[in-house]
Structure formats: structure tokens, C-alpha cells
Design a protein around this ligand. Structure first.
Ligand SMILES: [Zn+2]
Length: 458
């Protein structure tokens, strides 16, 4: 962290504003005061400011990640579920997740957020829906503190599962909770952690897990509570054909029709995935302002399908980009996700189906709109100083400078950024996290991961 109240990023090689005019500027300075951008232009005079030279750098708005399960950072690429689809993947992982401890939540939150920050992400949602029996600690509170320690703008969501196998759901009864307990805890988490103020670093949302792990009644009650409290709602929807089949069998309707019945459509709702949707369903999303959190790597990894993102965008549907949980990605590389997004839609829709600025737009303005957030998603005077700086003077970008924005999406090796600033604070500098012992995180993370797998006998 830094003690300066002003930071001047000087002589930027290429600045991508993502403002309404899509301005891209060269050789400009950007001045930050406190948590805001106060000036963008040539030769800014700020004698007291800390100066950062950006003569070889691309500067972009901080990326916004609209879906994650940070606790899964400790369950990447497990052999038993490397090569199976969502439902079989979940059935094995539920066995591991029942051994989640407060320490595992703290370390995995820090690890996932660290990776996000190091790849240019400044804001993330997290959907936490595992509350093992016998654990009385405030797991969301532990996440809020961990996110604050690494310095990311955070949307913890109080997730939930209430429909266990004995009620016809997919998860075992050992990982589901009573619905009254869930609702009371949602209310507690909002009261305790939600900060609605402008530039706030922590906002809570409510996020029941999926149609196959909660009841209709819980969906109705949670959206009612969220609207009463003025917070957003988030869930998984239309991720797999199995889910569509489940909803037809159990509810007699497709997933989106179920959401319509329980009041889960609107500008305050975002749905992760949204792959298996027909034309009428896309029109319903557009007509109601319901947003989609697009997770291309996870969708490819689990063989779930390809979301119809270009068609959604043509209809005016709000779409954010997301890495999804690390048990199905298996990384929190947001910059890499831009590339995957670009490539997968070209595979389906041809070479013009997704452009580099189009992909970046999902991860900036799209995410900000999904979060209904004015202060983030573009670099403009008066907006939050959330930005990422990538040094293009590297082997992997050599030969790509005819388009410096496209360079970091088409090219690149590890997608790590030189500097990440969140709310005016530098949290990554020279590619390293400030204020966090990375080696300690690696050691702790591997130890806890191993212990959880051993307990689950996997
Ligand atoms: Zn997910």
C-alpha cells in the first residue's frame, strides 16, 4: 500500500478508457487523488504526487469478475473429476467441501483474490454456498477480511443449498442448511457487511446456488429479502442440459420459466452461465434487464456448451465476464479469460463474432452494469481509480504493438500485470502483491488442500 494522496501515472504508452466514445489515448498522464481519477491529459503538473512511469505500458480499466467460488481455489484439477461433466463433478466435490474450515475459507479467498489482482482484476463477486455442519464462525466475514487484506473490491454473496438428496436435490444432506437459518443469516450478513455508499469496497448480494439445490420457496423468499434490503441477487442458471432435464422433471418447466415464476428476473438479477437458452428466453432476459455472467473457460472445461453471447449482445442483454470457481477453470486468470472468450465465440460464429475491444467491454462496462455500479468499468475523471497497467516491453508482446489493446488479448504468456490499483491504492507493483507473503500463501494453500482431500478419501 502507499501513503501518497496523489499518484501520477505519467506518459502512458496507450490508455484504453472504455468511456462512451471508446477513447484510446497515447502519451497522456493520469492523475489519481485519494480513490478517484481527477485528471487525464498531456503534461499534468502534480509536484507532490508519487510518479509512476508508464512509457512502455498499456493502461486499462480494472477488470470486473462477475462469478467465482473462491473456496474452490484449493480444489483445482482433482484427477477424480478432471474429465466429467457438472453433475458428476459436483457429486464428488460435495464430499470434499463438507470439510471446509474457516482457515480454508480465509486462505482460498486470499489466494483467489491474489490471482485475480495479479491478472488485472480489481472487483470480484464471490458466490459462497458451502456452510458445513458444526461450523459456527462467520465465513462471509472471514472472506470480507481476507479480501480487504489483499485489497480487492469485493462482492461476497451469501449463497445457499437447502434441497438435499432426501428432498430430491443433487447435494448430500450433509452440506445443505435449513431455509429459516439461511434467510436469517442472509439478513445478518447484509446488516453486518453491506456498504451501499459510493466507492464502497464491500457490497453483499444474495445467491442461492441453483435450481437443483434449493427449493422454489427459498428462491421466492431470497429475492423478496434482497429487494427489501436493496441488494443484488445472483445464481447459476441454464448451465447444462442435465439441469434443463432436472427442471422439466421436478418443476415441469425449463430453468428460466422457473425463475420467472419465482420473481427472479430484473436488472437486480444476474445469472451465471445462461448456456441452454432458446430465442424466447433470450428475449425475456432482454425485456427484463436480467444479466448474464459469462464463464467461457469453465463452460469449455466441463463440456457444458457455449453461451450465445454475441446474440445476447445484439439483443442488448447485459453480459459480464467471469472465471467461475477454480475447481472448473482452474485458474483466476481474468486476462486469460478475455482471450478464451474471444476465441470460443469465433469458433462458433466466425472471425468477427467477438473482437478484442468487445471482450474487454464485457469485463469492464458489462461487469459494471451487471453490478449496477457507476464508479467502475471505465477510466474517466470522477470515476474510481481502479486500473491495471501491463508492460508491453516484453518478449511475448514483441511484434504486437500495431494494436496495443489487442496485444494483451491475442498475445501474452502468463497475463500478469505490472501494476494493479484498486480505489487509488496500489496493490500489485512490479508484478508482486504488496502486503501479502506469497510464499506463505502457497505453503498454507497446499497444506489445507491436501488435508481436505485426505479427509474426503480422494
Ligand atoms: Zn459457479
Amino acid at each position: 500500500m502507499n501513503g501518497h494522496s496523489e499518484i501520477l501515472i505519467r506518459n502512458i504508452y496507450h490508455l484504453v478508457t472504455m468511456n462512451e466514445r471508446n477513447d484510446r489515448l497515447s502519451g497522456v498522464d493520469l492523475l489519481v487523488q485519494g480513490n478517484q481519477i481527477i485528471q487525464i491529459g498531456k503534461d499534468i503538473q502534480a509536484p507532490d504526487a508519487q510518479v509512476i512511469d508508464a512509457a512502455t505500458c498499456l493502461v486499462i480499466p480494472g477488470l470486473i469478475n462477475t462469478h467465482h467460488h473462491l473456496y474452490q481455489t484449493l480444489q483445482r484439477n482433482i484427477p477424480a473429476v478432471q474429465d466429467v461433466g457438472l453433475f458428476d463433478w459436483l457429486k464428488v466435490l460435495y464430499r470434499v467441501w463438507q470439510y471446509l474450515t474457516p482457515e480454508a475459507v480465509r486462505i482460498s479467498t486470499m489466494l483467489g483474490c491474489a490471482e485475480l489482482l495479479k491478472t488485472g482484476c480489481t472487483t470480484t463477486i464471490d458466490q459462497h454456498y458451502i456452510f458445513p455442519q458444526g461450523i459456527t464462525e462467520d465465513l462471509i466475514g472471514i472472506q470480507v477480511e481476507a479480501a480487504r487484506n489483499v485489497g480487492i473490491r469485493f462482492y461476497p454473496t451469501r449463497g445457499s443449498m437447502s434441497r438435499g438428496q432426501s428432498q430430491g436435490g443433487l447435494p448430500p444432506d450433509s452440506v445443505v442448511q435449513n431455509e429459516r437459518v439461511i434467510l436469517e443469516d442472509c439478513q445478518r450478513v447484509i446488516a453486518r457487511h453491506h456498504d451501499p455508499a459510493p466507492f464502497s469496497m464491500t457490497r453483499v448480494a444474495i445467491a442461492p446456488c441453483s435450481p437443483f439445490s434449493v427449493s422454489k420457496e427459498l428462491l421466492k423468499q431470497t429475492v423478496r429479502l434482497a429487494r427489501q434490503e436493496g441488494v443484488l441477487c445472483h445464481t447459476h442458471l441454464a448451465e447444462t442440459k442435465d439441469e434443463n432435464r432436472y427442471c422439466l422433471e421436478v418443476y415441469g418447466k425449463r430453468p428460466l420459466a422457473l425463475m420467472e415464476e419465482v420473481g427472479w428476473l430484473g436488472e437486480d438479477i444476474s445469472l451465471a452461465h445462461g448456456i441452454h437458452l432458446n430465442d424466447e428466453e433470450l428475449d425475456l432476459l432482454a425485456g427484463t434487464g436480467t444479466a448474464i455472467a459469462h464463464c467461457p473457460a469453465s463452460n469449455m472445461r466441463l463440456g457444458s456448451g457455449v453461451a450465445r453471447i454475441p446474440e445476447m449482445l445484439r439483443r442488448g442483454i447485459t453480459v459480464g465476464l467471469a472465471v467461475d470457481g477454480s475447481a472448473s477453470n482452474d485458474s483466476s486468470d481474468v486476462m486469460g479469460e478475455l482471450r478464451i472468450c474471444l476465441l470460443v465465440h469465433r469458433l462458433v460464429g466466425g472471425a468477427s463474432a467477438m473482437t478484442a475491444p468487445g471482450a474487454l467491454s464485457l469485463a469492464t462496462r458489462g461487469g459494471a452494469k451487471l453490478l449496477r455500479r457507476e464508479e467502475i468499468g471505465s477510466l474517466e475523471v470522477g470515476k474510481a481509480a481502479d486500473l491495471a497497467m501491463i508492460d508491453l516491453n516484453r518478449l511475448e508482446y514483441t511484434g504486437s504493438l500495431s494494436d496495443p489493446l489487442a496485444a494483451v488479448i491475442f498475445s501474452g504468456v502468463d497475463h500478469s500485470v505490472a501494476m494493479t490499483m484498486v480505489n487509488g491504492q496500489i496493490v500489485v507493483r512490479d508484478g508482486r502483491l504488496l502486503g501479502v507473503d506469497e510464499n506463505e500463501l502457497i505453503e498454507e494453500g497446499n497444506r489445507i488442500s491436501r488435508e481436505m482431500l485426505e479427509k474426503a478419501g480422494i
